[in-house]
Design a protein around this ligand. Structure first.
Ligand SMILES: C[S@@+](CC[C@H](N)C(=O)[O-])C[C@H]1O[C@@H](n2cnc3c(N)ncnc32)[C@H](O)[C@@H]1O
Length: 273
């Protein structure tokens, strides 16, 4: 995954198109960041991704989305995609052969370097660094599990990267896929109107973000901290950094430690804030 700027495609997109019109195998935008989502619920896309800034960017062709209906690859009259777990137990498991057919189909339409990811509670925890790496690449093929999950053999055969949204269990991978896509797409140049907001927000410097305030200056007897109204930019920056450090230290000791190490400071001889 490289940091180089990418062209934003050859095909022109008209603002009148609805996000769903842009989600087809035929409307491939060469060189444009692409999310493929293999799912039993293709109608769940674009969902929230079709709204607000990500929706606008989708319409403008700054990224593209291709939901792939796993059911298309199912077997028999009922297009079965799952079967009972080997060894017994509750629920159903998505079949390796069916998923492999969907993967082969999907991978023919995406750059080879795009990672193949299975959203899974057993996976590596998704974070801002992963979002940055994904945004800098050509896109990703995402697999959404359902029921008890996916047959292990297909995960092994395709060396699929398992990625988790957090230590909880969702009903399916679709919400996790949308969260991963949202966090990645907003880092693609020009998707957010104001790129500075990405540079200042939580995790971008290894710290949680400082508190934010807006008008009115006093609300219910609570005033905005005076320094923020002083117009003194150096003092404001110092205050914001101090607040970010305090918040990170108290709320996220894990991030705080990593931040100190990154700064070449000894986390075991931490100064009092
Ligand atoms: C009910 S879950 C299966 C849970 C699985 N039996 C287990 O215990 O690990 C169904 C699907 O939801 C998705 N999923 C659930 N929790 C997730 C999480 N924390 N992060 C990402 N995907 C998740 C996965 O795609 C998973 O295959």
């Amino acid at each position: 995954m490289s940091d180089t700027a990418r062209s934003h495609g050859r095909k022109s997109i008209h603002a009148s198109l609805k996000p769903r019109d842009l989600m087809s195998e035929d409307s491939d935008l060469v060189g444009v960041w692409k999310a493929q989502v293999i799912t039993l619920l293709p109608e769940a896309f674009p969902g929230l991704l079709g709204q607000s800034l990500t929706g606008r960017a989708l319409k403008d062709g700054l990224w593209q989305l291709e939901p792939i209906d796993l059911r298309r690859f199912g077997e028999g009259r009922h297009r079965n995609v799952d079967d009972t777990p080997a060894g017994g137990g509750a629920g159903m498991v998505l079949r390796a052969d069916i998923m492999a057919a969907a993967i082969e189909d999907a991978r023919a339409r995406i750059a080879r370097q795009a990672p193949l990811i299975y959203l899974s509670p057993r996976g590596r925890r998704f974070d801002q660094n992963m979002a940055k790496a994904l945004a800098a690449g050509p896109g990703a093929t995402l697999i959404c599990g359902r029921f008890e999950g996916l047959d292990q053999r297909v995960i092994d055969a395709y060396d699929i990267l398992e990625v988790s949204l957090g230590d909880f269990v969702l009903t399916g991978g679709e919400i996790a896929a949308q969260a991963l896509i949202d966090a990645s797409v907003r880092l693609i140049p020009r998707v957010l109107g104001n790129q500075a907001s990405v540079e200042e927000e939580s995790f971008s410097h290894g710290l949680l973000e400082h508190p934010q305030y807006t008008k009115p200056a006093v609300w219910n007897g609570r005033a905005i901290p005076e320094v923020l109204l002083s117009g003194h930019h150096a003092k404001i920056t110092d205050w914001q950094r101090d607040q970010a450090e305090r918040l990170t230290k108290t709320r996220r000791p894990d991030l705080w430690r990593a931040y100190l190490i990154e700064q070449g400071r000894d986390p075991d001889e931490d100064r009092e804030l």
